[in-house]
Write a protein that binds this ligand. Structure first.
Ligand code: CP3
Length: 331
C-alpha cells in the first residue's frame, strides 16, 4: 500500500533533499527504498516504489506530489482541448521505470530468495479524479459533473488514461514484476450504475494491457462494498480482489465470486487505525482477518485495508508480519 515505507527512519533518511517524484526517477534510489521494508520486515513480496502519477508525469502532465496533501496538477483537465496535454505513453518515456524494476528484481533474486515484486498503477477513474479536480478532493464533484455533463469527453479522457496506465503496468511486468495491482482508490464514491456505465470498461482496458503476460492481477479500491462484484468481473475476472477494512474478507470474496462467476482470491484488510491499538487488541484483529481470509476459501493475501499511516511504529508492523507468518506455520 501507499506510504508503506514512509514510517521508516531509513526511508526518511534516503529521501532527504529530494522530492517524491524526483526520487522516483532515480533507479538506484528506487531500488534502495523498495528493498527497505523487505529487509526490515521479511515480507513475502516487495511493492515497487513509485506513484500512480509517475506515468502521467512521464506522458508530460505537469504534476507534483505535495507533502501532506498528495498529487497536485499544475493545470487541471476540464475541456476537450485539455486532452491534447495527455499524449500516448510509450515505453521510451519509461526507461527509468524499466531500469529500476530490473535492478530490484536482480537484487531480490540475489539476496532475498527471489521474493516477488508487485508492480502497480492507478486506475483511470482515480487518475482522472486528480486531473479534473486538480488535486485530492473529498467529494469529487467536478469529476462526477464531467462524467454526467459530457460523457463523451469523460470516455475519451478515461480511454487515454487506460492507455497510459496499461503502458506503465506493462513496462513493469516486462522488466520483471511478478504481479500487478490496479489502484482505484477513490472509486467508492460512485454508485454501481455509474461504475458499470462509466468506469469498468476503462479499468478493464488498463488490465488487459498485461493479460497476455500471465501475471496475477489485483484490483483494489476503498469504500467499494457495493462495487466489489463489478470490480471482480473486469476484463473477464481478476485474480485477486482487494477489500478495504469496511467489509469482512469472506463477505468480499462472496461478492467477488458472484460478480466474476468463479472464485477470486482476496487481499486485505486490517484497519490501519488498529496499528496504534494495544498489542493484544491488534493481535486479535490480525487473527480475525486471517480467519476471515481462510473462510473466504479461494486464497488470501494479508495486507492492510488501506495505506500505512506515516506515524505507524515499525516495531508494531514487524510484530504484525511475524503474527501472520506464525499463522501459516512457516515463521
Ligand atoms: O508504499 C510505497 O512506497 C509503495 C509505493 C506507492 C506509493 N504510492 C509511494 C508514495 C504506491 C503503491 C502508491 C500508490 C498511490 N499514490 C495511491 C493508491 C494507493 C492508495 O493509497 O489508495 C494514491 C491514491 C497515490 C497518490 C498519493 N501519493 C498520495 C495521496 C500521497 C500522500 C501524500 C501525503 O503526503 O499525504 C502520495 C505520496 C506518496 N506516494 C508517498 C509514498 C511513499 C509519501 C511520500 C512521502 O511523504 O515521503
Amino acid at each position: 500500500m501507499r506510504q508503506a515505507g514512509r514510517s521508516l527512519p531509513e526511508y526518511r533518511r534516503v529521501r532527504e533533499g529530494t522530492t517524491m517524484l524526483e526520487s522516483c526517477r532515480r533507479p538506484e534510489l528506487v531500488t534502495e527504498i523498495t528493498l527497505q521494508p523487505v529487509r526490515r520486515y521479511g515480507v513475502d513480496a516487495a511493492i515497487f516504489y513509485s506513484d500512480i502519477v509517475v506515468p502521467l508525469e512521464a506522458a508530460g502532465v505537469g504534476v507534483e506530489i505535495v507533502p501532506g496533501t498528495g498529487p497536485v496538477i499544475a493545470e487541471p483537465f476540464r475541456t476537450r482541448a485539455d486532452l491534447d496535454r495527455l499524449p500516448e505513453l510509450t515505453g521510451d518515456a519509461l526507461g527509468h521505470v524499466t531500469e529500476a524494476v530490473r535492478l530490484i528484481t536482480a537484487e531480490l533474486a540475489a539476496s532475498h530468495g527471489g521474493t516477488p515484486l508487485i508492480g502497480f498503477a492507478g486506475a483511470p477513474f482515480t487518475l482522472a479524479s486528480y486531473l479534473v479536480e486538480g488535486g485530492p478532493s473529498r467529494d469529487l464533484l467536478r469529476t462526477k459533473a464531467l462524467m454526467h455533463a459530457d460523457p463523451q469527453l469523460w470516455h475519451d479522457l478515461a480511454a487515454r488514461l487506460a492507455q497510459v496506465t496499461g503502458a506503465f503496468l506493462r513496462a513493469q511486468v516486462l522488466a520483471g514484476a511478478s504481479a500487478v495491482q490496479l489502484f482505484d482508490s477513490w472509486v467508492g464514491s460512485l454508485s454501481l450504475a455509474d461504475y458499470e456505465r462509466h468506469v469498468a470498461g476503462h479499468s478493464a482496458a488498463a488490465l488487459r494491457a498485461v493479460a497476455d503476460l500471465g501475471v496475477p492481477r489485483t484490483h483494489f479500491g476503498t469504500g467499494t462494498g457495493e462495487l466489489l462484484g463489478a470490480m471482480a468481473a473486469v476484463d473477464g475476472g481478476v485474480d485477486v480482489l482487494g477489500v478495504d477494512f469496511r467489509v469482512p474478507l469472506d463477505v468480499g470474496a462472496a461478492r467477488g465470486r458472484a460478480g466474476a462467476g468463479r472464485p477470486v482470491a482476496v487481499q486485505g484488510n486490517l484497519d490501519p487505525a488498529l496499528l496504534s491499538a494495544p498489542w493484544e487488541v491488534l493481535r486479535e484483529e490480525v487473527r480475525r482477518v486471517l480467519a476471515a481470509g481462510e473462510r473466504a476459501g479461494a486464497g488470501h493475501v494479508f495486507n492492510l485495508g488501506h495505506g500505512v499511516p506515516p506515524s505507524a511504529d515499525p516495531d508494531v508492523l514487524h510484530r504484525v508480519v511475524d503474527e501472520v507468518h506464525a499463522w501459516r506455520g512457516t515463521a
